[in-house]
Ligand binder design. Structure first.
Ligand code: SAM
Length: 440
C-alpha cells in the first residue's frame, strides 16, 4: 500500500494569491500529490499531502522553482502552522470562556468540536484577507467567528467583511459603479508597474503574436485584461471604422488602428475614466497623433454614437461584466452598418450553472466570472439583437489558475477571492469564446 505523508514548503516570491494558484497548479501536476490544503502567500508556505512513496521533497521543490519561486522544506523544530494556530485559538477560546463565564469542562468539549473547523476556516481567512487587502490579523476575526459559533454567538463573514448577503442583490447601477471603481483603481496603480498576477502576464504573451507585441506600448500591455485577441479574427481592412467596446488601456484599439490605417477610424469606449486616460497615454506612446484614435467614457449599454456608421465592433472580455447584455448587443446592432460585423472575445459557462452559485458570483464577487451566463443563452442574446451568421471561432476552457485569476479580475486587491467551494463547482465549465456575427 502507498504511504501518505505531509510536507510543508517555505516559498519565497509567492506574493499574491495568483502566485499561490501557480504554485498549487504546479504541485498538483506531480503524480502522487493528493492535495495542497494550505498555500498562503502571507505566510509564504504550502502544505502538501503526498500519497505516493516515490515523490521526493527535491522533486516538489523543483516544480515550485520551475514555476518561478524559491522553495525549501520548512525547517524542523519550527512549529507547524497548524499547531501554532491551535495554540492561538486555545488561548482565544479560554479568554472567551472567561468572558462568558463557562466552566472549564464545557470549554474543553466545545473546543474539541470547534478547533478543527476553526483551523479550516483559518485557511479561508488567508484568502479573505488577501481578497480584501486587509491584514491577516483583521481576518483572524473570521476565525473567531467559528469559535463564537461554539457559544451560539454568530458573527459571520458578511458582518466582518461587509459583503452583501444574498437577499440584498446589487442593482445594475451598483454593479457598474463597482466595476468602474475596481478597474479605475487597477489602472491607477498598475499602469507603470504592470499586472502583479503572473497568470495574467502569461496570458497576454500567449494571446498576442510577437509582431503584435512589438507594436504595443508599455501602458497598454501593463493594463491588458482581455481573454482573447479580437483583432486577430476580425479581418480588418484598410479604411474601416472600428469600435472597441470596453477598450481598457487600448491594447486592441492600437492593433486595430494599425490594421485600418490612417484612412480608417477607431473609437474606444469604456466606462472607467481612468482607463480612458491610460488609453490616451498608450496612444501617445504608440506614436499616434491624438486624432488617429478616438475614445470616450461611455457605457456600452447606452452609447453616444450614431446609427449605422461602423464596419466592425470588437470587444475583449467586457460584455461579461455588463449586467444588461441585451442592451449592449442592441447598441452594437444599432451602430453597425448593414453588413457590419462583430468580432468578440468573452467568457461564458459551457452549461447552465446552479443559479444560487451564479448569484453569489454576481452579488458578492462581481469579478469577471460574476456576469457569466451559459454560452447558449449568450449567443441567443446576440441572435435576438438581430445578428446572423454567428460563428464560434475558438473555445478555451480555463485552467484552475486562469479561473482564479479571471474570477478576481482586475486583481485580488480589488475583488474578494470567491469561495473555493464555488470555484470548484464551476471549474472546467468556464470558457473563453471567440465569435463573429453579421448584421444582415
Ligand atoms: C476585463 S477589462 C478588459 C479591457 C480591454 N478590453 C483589454 O482587453 O484589456 C474590462 C473593461 O471593460 C470596461 N467595462 C465594463 N463594463 C462596461 C460598460 N458597461 N461599458 C463600457 N465599458 C465597460 C471596464 O471599465 C474595463 O476597462
Amino acid at each position: 500500500m502507498e504511504k501518505s505523508r505531509e510536507l510543508t514548503l517555505k516559498i519565497e516570491g509567492m506574493n499574491t494569491p495568483c502566485c499561490t494558484e501557480e504554485v498549487k497548479e504546479a504541485l498538483l501536476k506531480v503524480k502522487g500529490v493528493k492535495r495542497v490544503p494550505i498555500c498562503c502567500p502571507k505566510r509564504g508556505i504550502a502544505e502538501i499531502e503526498i500519497e505516493a512513496e516515490e515523490v521526493t521533497d527535491e522533486q516538489l521543490i523543483k516544480v515550485v522553482e520551475e514555476a518561478g519561486f524559491k522553495a525549501k522544506v520548512k525547517e524542523e523544530g519550527e512549529e507547524g502552522e497548524l499547531q501554532a494556530l491551535m495554540k492561538k485559538f486555545e488561548i482565544e477560546f479560554e479568554k472567551l470562556a472567561q468572558k462568558y463565564n463557562i466552566p472549564q469542562k464545557e470549554i474543553e468539549e466545545h473546543w474539541n468540536l470547534v478547533k478543527k473547523e476553526a483551523a479550516e476556516v483559518y485557511q479561508r481567512c488567508c484568502d479573505w484577507s488577501l481578497g480584501h487587502g486587509m491584514a491577516i490579523k483583521d481576518a483572524e476575526a473570521y476565525c473567531q467567528s467559528a469559535i463564537l459559533v461554539g457559544f451560539g454567538k454568530f458573527l459571520w463573514a458578511e458582518q466582518i467583511f461587509k459583503v452583501k448577503p444574498k437577499e440584498q442583490q446589487m442593482t445594475n447601477e451598483e454593479i457598474k459603479n463597482l466595476v468602474a471603481s475596481r478597474y479605475g483603481n487597477f489602472a491607477e496603480k498598475y499602469a507603470l508597474l504592470g499586472n502583479p498576477c503572473p497568470i495574467r502576464k502569461k496570458q497576454v504573451k500567449e494571446l498576442y503574436s510577437e509582431k503584435e507585441l512589438s507594436l504595443l506600448p508599455k501602458t497598454a500591455l501593463n493594463l491588458a485584461l482581455g481573454c482573447g485577441n479580437p483583432v486577430s479574427f476580425a479581418n480588418l481592412k484598410s479604411g474601416e471604422v472600428v469600435i472597441d467596446f470596453g477598450c481598457g488601456a487600448g491594447i486592441d484599439l492600437i492593433l486595430a488602428a494599425h490594421k485600418v490605417g490612417p484612412k480608417g477610424r477607431v473609437i474606444g469606449v469604456d466606462l472607467t475614466p481612468q482607463m480612458i486616460e491610460k488609453e490616451r497615454q498608450s496612444e501617445a506612446e504608440a506614436g499616434f497623433p491624438a486624432a488617429r484614435v478616438e475614445e470616450q467614457v461611455s457605457d456600452i449599454e447606452k452609447l453616444e454614437l450614431p446609427d449605422s456608421f461602423a464596419d466592425v465592433v470588437i470587444s475583449n472580455c467586457v460584455i461579461i461584466l455588463t449586467p444588461n447584455k441585451e442592451a449592449a448587443y442592441r447598441e452594437a446592432f444599432r451602430i453597425l452598418k448593414p453588413g457590419g460585423r462583430l468580432a468578440i472575445s468573452d467568457m461564458v459557462f459551457s452549461e447552465k450553472i446552479d443559479p444560487e452559485i451564479t448569484e453569489r458570483f454576481q452579488s458578492i464577487w462581481a469579478g469577471v466570472v460574476g456576469g457569466a451566463i451559459a454560452e447558449k443563452d449568450y449567443l441567443e442574446i446576440v441572435e435576438k439583437a438581430g445578428f446572423g451568421q454567428i460563428k464560434v471561432v475558438k473555445r478555451h476552457f480555463l485552467t484552475p489558475g486562469e479561473l482564479f485569476a479571471m474570477s478576481t479580475c482586475p486583481g485580488t486587491e480589488f475583488v474578494p477571492s470567491p469561495d473555493p467551494k464555488d470555484l470548484k463547482v464551476v471549474q472546467g465549465k468556464v470558457v473563453s469564446i471567440k465569435f463573429t456575427a453579421i448584421k444582415p
